[in-house]
Write a protein that binds this ligand. Structure first.
Ligand code: SF4
Ligand code: ZN
Ligand code: ZN
Length: 308
């Protein structure tokens, strides 16, 4: 079997249509699909300052490259890289990212849980009864939003791919949380609020294996360490379930996203009047008096370290 477009050796078989592509045809396909998502869903406007949330993993390097390629073409958009150091021993190491940003002249801004909340995730997780990923997600979302706002970023690009979104859709369905699903999509949120920096997902229609292949071909300095907390998460169970289904029924993940995208406008409409309040403590946008991050920080402050 050879590449569908030329006669070179294929590096990947795309899901659904049995199409095989060689290295250079695949890179063209990948970038075209990401750019098409950006233009179809109006993810980026001229003169936008785009913050790119980068963890050092394959997805974040891929989205950073897509946004950088766009910034090189459209000279009127600016890029700022934002990274969060949660403080997870033997995992989070941002040295490769620092080197990459220096070599590529990218404006890198790093914020740590330790500096911003007074302690690392390794300490926090011993003080709470939540799963580490739940605490990590709440605090990271707060930091990304508040720091993006401080940096005067218009939109925050994340490396979420089709697999991540299919997991989100299922997790919300299993938990009966439709309102949360209404906030998903290539651009997040139901309504605009000046305190909330919209998140954009240029890799929305690209599968995880495609992002991995692109990162490998592009030789990004990806940190392949796996977070020691990831296996304890609900997401990891849903990921396994979805991967099993995909293996038995090719195209399952694509089908979930295609049907979700069709119903998304109705979902957004249903929840468009949901009130957005400001946290009485930190002022961040939230749905109740006190945001989840402040609730969590308050619990941490008042609880002694759990005995291990
Ligand atoms: S796997 Fe969980 S704890 Fe680890 S970085 Fe991701 S969200 Fe945070
Ligand atoms: Zn080819
Ligand atoms: Zn708050």
């Amino acid at each position: 079997m050879v590449c569908k477009n030329c006669s070179l050796k294929p590096v990947i078989e795309l899901t659904n249509n049995n199409v095989k592509l060689c290295k250079s045809c695949f890179v063209k396909y990948f970038e075209k699909k990401a750019f098409r998502t950006i233009s179809k869903y109006n993810l980026i406007d001229s003169k936008d300052v785009i913050g790119v949330a980068v963890s050092g993993g394959k997805d974040s390097f891929a989205v950073l490259n897509i946004i950088s390629l766009l910034a090189n073409k459209k000279r009127d958009i600016k890029v700022k890289v934002i990274a969060i150091d949660e403080g997870i021993q033997n995992y989070r190491d941002l040295n490769l990212l620092k080197k990459y940003c220096k070599e590529n002249d990218l404006d890198l801004n790093i914020y740590s849980f330790k500096k911003e909340f007074g302690m690392s995730l390794d300490i926090i997780k011993d003080k709470i009864h939540l799963k580490p990923c739940s605490a990590c997600g709440v605090l990271r979302r707060l930091l990304l939003n508040s720091k993006a706002r401080e940096l005067k970023v218009d939109k925050l690009a994340t490396g979420h791919n089709l697999d991540d979104e299919a997991q989100n859709v299922l997790m919300n369905l299993f938990r009966g949380n439709l309102e949360r699903s209404a906030r998903l999509g290539p651009t997040t949120g139901v309504r605009k609020d000046k305190k909330f920096i919209p998140r954009i997902k240029p890799l929305y229609f690209l599968m995880e294996k495609e992002v991995a292949t692109y990162s490998f071909i592009k030789k990004f300095p990806v940190d392949f360490n796996e977070c020691p907390n990831s296996k304890k998460s609900y997401r990891s169970e849903v990921r396994m379930l979805l991967n099993n289904f995909e293996q038995k029924q090719n195209g399952t993940k694509n089908a979930i996203i295609n049907s979700f995208i069709e119903e998304l406008p109705l979902l957004k409409k249903k929840f468009e009047n949901a009130e957005i309040r400001s946290c009485k403590n930190c002022g961040e946008p939230c749905s109740s008096d006190i945001c989840k991050a402040c609730e969590l920080i308050e619990t941490i402050k008042t609880k002694p370290l759990k005995k291990i």
